[in-house]
Design a protein around this ligand. Sequence first.
Ligand code: GLU
Length: 516
Amino acid sequence: MTEREVRVRFAPSPTGPLHIGGVRTALYNYLLARKLGGKMLLRIEDTDQNRFVPGAEEYILEALAWCGIVIDEGQGVGGPHGPYKQSERKPMYKQYADQLIADGHAYYAFDTAEELDAMRARLQAAKVPNPQYNSITRAQMRNSLTLPEDEVKALLDGGAQYVIRLKVPRKEEVRFQDLIRGWVVVHSSAIDDKVLMKSDGMPTYHLANIVDDHLMEISHVIRGEEWLPSAPLHVLLYRYLGWESTMPQFAHLPLLLKPDGTGKLSKRDGDRLGFPVFPLEWHGTDAETGEATISRGYREDGYLPEALVNFLAFLGWNPGTQQEIFSMDELIQAFSIERVSKSPAKFDQNKVKWFNEHYLRAKSNAELAPYLLQALHEHAIVCSQEKAEQIVGVMKERVSFPNDFWQEAKYFFQAPTEYDETVVSKKWNAAVAAALTAYAEALPTAPEVSAEGLKTLFNDTMAAQGLKPGQVLQALRVAVTGAAAGPDLFETLVILGVPEVTERLRTAVATLPAAA
Ligand code: GLU
């Protein structure tokens, strides 16, 4: 037998912005496809038109592209198994439902909403914990299994409203092997007679998902744990449609938990704890109030896609080594489903920030300069590319996000108007002020304007003043930048330039009370 081609799919429903859990699902699919030389598909599952949200599909495509998750076939790309949006495939599904009916595995159900409610109420009154339309209750309902054949025909011919339901066997064990969880065994009595076709002729998620995975020749279904309860039903569908021999292998990924591990990570947790749960910013409407809402995105918050991808890869997988920094190519090399954990993964906002700092600092000064230049432009400050590169070069060890460059580097463009109180009260005095005046006088004569050169000049000047450099260094920083801490001080002086430093020292000496 020839090896089956690896074909995986990411199959989101366009019901809103893609949650980072969804991005992780897409990422693991992509990593496996690339690792095994297979194909990554994108299918839009929009059979539930009530939950359709305009803009969600575009958001999904943009988010995947931003993360560097490349789609080989599917929505937005095309391919031989299209269309890749289920609403556009509507006419394809009915024949499979008909086939299931013809083979005795599905049936027509004519029950009205009131009749269904009455059934549930009856079962609740009889203390049935989880009232369902199933192998027992179906016998009391109005369907093609209980009604005489001629009545069923008359109803269908007369255009009566109906749904098609799967006829789940009463006593059978449904089993399949999950690549992450091992054997999963479910008794069929726990599965209800799911609707396969709705009264409007649209398939439900379950039917469309199985038909499409089959027609699109999917080899592995990798999806979130929330779909695990649907998997036994899907196994039954593969069996009844005669597709068991090519049924995809299942892998259900672990849940993503809140940082404290007390439940599924939600948008509310992000809002409460101050981190985004969506890859990109999302402009939506509040379902209850109808008000416009904005949800934060990793991209807009200043995260680099490499950092988010590296972080998400580790939420449920690890390489089995100490290595934590992985480029997308390295992830592809190292990834395997066997190393995906079945225990839930806790979200850790400090870790994603840590990854961001790493990837930010790994960038060259030339790559980082535009972030600062952009902010300078917004503040109408002119700065050369060369100077911007110097500044981000000394600053990059101190920032977590590109936007921090401006916040942290403001003093390169604006002389301080305030001076850090603590440093002033502890380090500023008449002797220090005199020493800094001497340094300001000596600076224009510096033989070499380099960090080394200005440092030597500083040490010499302090010696001549009878002071140790350590007694004056912090005062020098606060006089020039206003801040108590910052990057290498003498590099900072070089970037500011001797005339500016001299000027700032004079101002500080004139402003700060020498007797302090
Ligand atoms: N449409 C489902 C979702 O929104 C797909 C689940 C699956 O991958 O089968 O996640």
